[in-house]
Design a protein around this ligand. Structure first.
Ligand code: NAI
Ligand code: SOE
Length: 396
């Protein structure tokens, strides 16, 4: 069992989640595939960097991410910065031969994502994009049921990602509302998680027909700093333009003939982290709601019409990742566990010299879907989605 040195760039919300995962992964999954060593953390200035090192248990801190990428002692580069830095850091890390885990969305645009994909392709580097929700045990269980044919051929996927943290027009213009930093709004930030789950569970997208809307055109200015995600109110000072979408709605045709729809917004009062999907197949249905993430609702047509209905399966040791989690179903799987599982699968791929999904090809494919959604909304028409050759035949 090797020690692998991690250089983590960005000590905000995801810096916290990834640090937790590195410390806890060997406690959950033992024997661990490798021991992640929290070697160096980078933050935007000296006081943030040294505070992050103390808080998140890193041996060293820096204000210059280049020193992480250039350090021969570091095996893994973890990119947890706002989106505009993902491509530059990942490409430099790939050139230095580091294994890379990058937060979602892979980058701001399809073009940036393509450059990242090309930088890692055929290098032997393990690369991963952090769409962690597919590692919720109940989502992986849905995948297992689908692969076993338990709900037959998939006909329809209906997905949502609804939050309300930005519904107040006076919550600040953080980096998530600025196109030059975020790339897009609800689309790249949260719809991509559902797009990732739709690809994982159903397959590749063939075409989309979409609407993008911006309902809150300006917000109080915020200069720099981490995104407080609606937990602070902006002042009465100057306001700046929101140049990204607040809301996305898209219809989907999948390459395998299934159809679907996806909605995402961060302005839906009363919804917090309402990631849901309902999948109908020829032999049954599956329903998932992240706000009740220990549960998977399933209905099997074979049950007979005097007892047919949704039943609840609580995930536990009998289910995906059960060997590493808690010993009894329904003790409660949290957001942290999805990141611990993600870290496990990433380090396993490094230790075994393999690969992991979702990787930069998946991140690039998701960006191609985002680009098609944007084009479709502009043209008010169906737009075809190109599919990377290496993904067209894979089962993910
Ligand atoms: P955040 O705003 O909480 O933190 C970002 C941190 O990066 C800040 O502390 C900031 O000071 C730091 N930073 C900025 N420039 C830097 C530089 N040059 N060098 C080092 N550090 C720098 O943002 P959050 O929520 O952690 O998001 C980071 C990334 O993670 C984004 O790409 C976001 O989309 C993604 N994300 C993914 C989630 C998931 O569920 N997979 C959840 C939340 C965010
Ligand atoms: C804000 O919408 C946010 O932090 C997203 O950036 C994450 O990807 C999501 O999982 C939680 O909410």
């Amino acid at each position: 069992m090797k020690n692998l040195n991690v250089g983590l760039i960005g000590g905000g919300f995801m810096g916290k989640a990834h640090s937790l995962a590195y410390s806890a992964m060997p406690m959950f999954f033992w024997p661990a595939p490798a021991i992640p060593v929290r070697h160096t953390i980078a933050e935007a200035n000296e006081s943030l960097a040294s505070e992050a090192a103390r808080r998140f248990g890193f041996e060293n801190s820096t204000t210059d991410w280049h020193s992480i990428v250039e350090n021969p002692a570091i095996d893994v580069v973890d990119i947890a910065t706002p989106n505009h830095l993902h491509a530059e850091i990942a490409i430099a890390a790939a050139q230095a031969g580091k294994h890379i885990i990058c937060e979602k969305p892979l980058a701001r645009t399809g073009e940036e994502s393509k450059a990242m994909y090309e930088a890692v392709k055929d290098t032997g580097i393990v690369h991963m994009v952090a769409f962690n929700y597919r590692r919720t045990p109940s989502v992986a269980l849905a995948k297992r049921y689908i692969q076993e044919g338990a709900i037959g051929r998939i006909l329809n996927f209906r997905g949502t990602y609804l939050q309300d943290w930005s519904a107040d027009p006076d919550s600040p213009l953080s980096w998530r509302f600025q196109k030059n930093i975020a790339g897009s709004g609800a689309l790249g930030d949260i719809a991509t998680h559902v797009i990732d789950m739709a690809r994982y569970l159903v397959g590749e997208f063939a075409s989309v027909n979409s609407i993008l809307s911006t309902f809150i055109p300006d917000r109080p200015l915020q200069t720099g700093g981490a995104d407080a995600l609606g937990n602070v109110r902006g002042g009465a000072g100057p306001r700046g333009e929101v140049d990204v979408d607040d809301e996305v709605l898209t219809m989907v045709r999948f390459a395998n003939g299934a159809v679907g729809s996806i909605e995402a917004t961060r302005n839906a009062y009363g919804r917090n982290n309402f990631i849901t999907f309902e999948i109908h197949g020829t032999e049954g249905s599956i329903f998932f709601n992240y706000e009740r993430r220990d549960e998977l609702q399933v209905c099997f047509a074979a049950d007979g019409n005097d007892r047919r209905g949704f039943r609840t399966v609580y995930t536990g040791p009998a289910h995906p990742y059960g060997e590493g989690l808690w010993p009894i179903p329904a003790l409660g799987v949290g957001y942290g566990e999805t990141k611990i599982i993600e870290a496990h699968d990433f380090f396993k791929a490094i230790a075994e010299g393999g690969s992991v999904s979702p990787n930069f090809a998946d991140g690039y494919q998701t960006a191609l879907i985002d680009d098609a959604i944007i084009e479709s909304a502009e043209k008010e028409a169906w737009v075809d989605v190109p599919v990377l050759a290496e993904l067209a035949t894979s089962t993910k």
